[in-house]
Design a protein around this ligand. Structure first.
Ligand code: 5GP
Ligand code: ZN
Length: 145
């Protein structure tokens, strides 16, 4: 269900936006904001969120999503210019099984450098199973019935 108001009583990110909790802001405009993650995976790890409360990828409006990604690009460019990041990961989780812990839509922007965390890289590339043509056909048939 779409719900684009703020939830300052129940949502920590709405509280940060309202100035009721501390937030270290990197960028703000009328539609989206970026602030440092309190548990940084890498130095400069930033969260970009809509200023209105949307829960997840299926809830967020199309124009807000576009604005969040524009801000993610602005933050990425700051990281490249000022933190000398050599690469960027942009990550998002929708739903608890995917690891979403804060139910206010957000993307993580992670500045990366060569060799900064080989475990992180190993995790990403560990999906080594190569699907057969049959498996791929069966998957797409389920996705597009
Ligand atoms: P998720 O797991 O939902 O994708 O990411 C939520 C992120 O929010 C986590 O990386 C967590 O460290 C961050 N976070 C949780 N509470 C706070 C907070 O009060 N302030 C800030 N700046 N980040 C938070
Ligand atoms: Zn919220």
């Amino acid at each position: 269900m779409s719900d684009s108001t703020r939830h300052p009583d129940s949502c920590i990110f709405c509280r940060i936006l309202e100035g009721k909790e501390e937030g270290t802001f990197v960028y703000r405009n009328s539609k989206a904001s970026a602030f440092l993650d309190i548990h940084p995976l890498f130095e400069g790890h930033t969260l970009v969120i809509p200023n209105d409360h949307f829960v997840d990828i299926s809830d967020v409006s199309e124009d807000t999503l576009a604005e969040v990604m524009k801000v993610a690009q602005i933050v990425s460019n700051l990281m490249i210019k000022n933190l000398h990041a050599e690469g960027i990961n942009i990550m998002h989780s929708t739903g608890r099984p995917a690891g979403q812990t804060i139910l206010h839509f957000h993307v993580h922007v992670l500045p990366r450098r060569t060799g900064d965390d080989t475990e992180f890289q190993r995790w990403w590339f560990s999906r080594s199973h190569r699907a057969s043509r049959q498996e791929l056909s069966s998957m797409v048939a389920k996705l597009l019935p």
